[in-house]
Write a protein that binds this ligand. Structure first.
Ligand SMILES: [Zn+2]
Length: 142
């Protein structure tokens, strides 16, 4: 992670998109990263047409997990369940390996994360929760 990307990451961590209150029991998914102590609860709100209107997440964790959740909340708006599932697989396949090209925007902040293997779990946390949330409600809206 070079300095420019580090700055992008910190900007997200400081003012995370989609951060809000998700009281226990109302979440669509909850995920833990025991390696770092990160914890996320998330709630997905869908439009009647089946696009993601808003992803709200309550996260207690480090800057990397917070930034990853913020970037996801921002980039997934308007996407369908299938598009989100495809992006989750693509993200997992690239993280710590090939990395992210220009079209991934702020996610490029995670290029080089393989130098900090423990952080990979932090960056994956929101995507794990998203996959759980989609598995729970695979079809139409709730
Ligand atoms: Zn973490």
């Amino acid at each position: 992670m070079n300095d420019i990307y580090q700055a992008r990451l910190l900007a997200h961590a400081k003012k995370p998109h989609g951060a809000g209150s998700v009281p226990r029991g109302t979440e669509d998914a909850e995920a833990l990263n025991t390696a770092c102590g990160d914890e996320i609860r998330l709630k997905l709100h869908w439009t009647p047409e089946g696009g993601l209107e808003r992803m709200v997440h309550e996260l207690h964790g480090c800057a990397v997990s917070t930034a990853a959740a913020s970037m996801a909340a921002k980039s997934l708006e308007g996407k369908t369940r299938a598009e989100i599932a495809a992006m989750a697989s693509a993200f997992a396949a690239r993280l710590g390996r090939a990395g992210f090209e220009e079209q991934w925007g702020d996610f490029q902040a995670f290029n080089g994360i393989e130098k900090f293997p423990a952080r990979i779990h932090c960056a994956m946390l929101v995507w794990k929760a998203l996959e759980q949330a989609l598995a729970k409600n695979p079809g139409g809206r709730k």
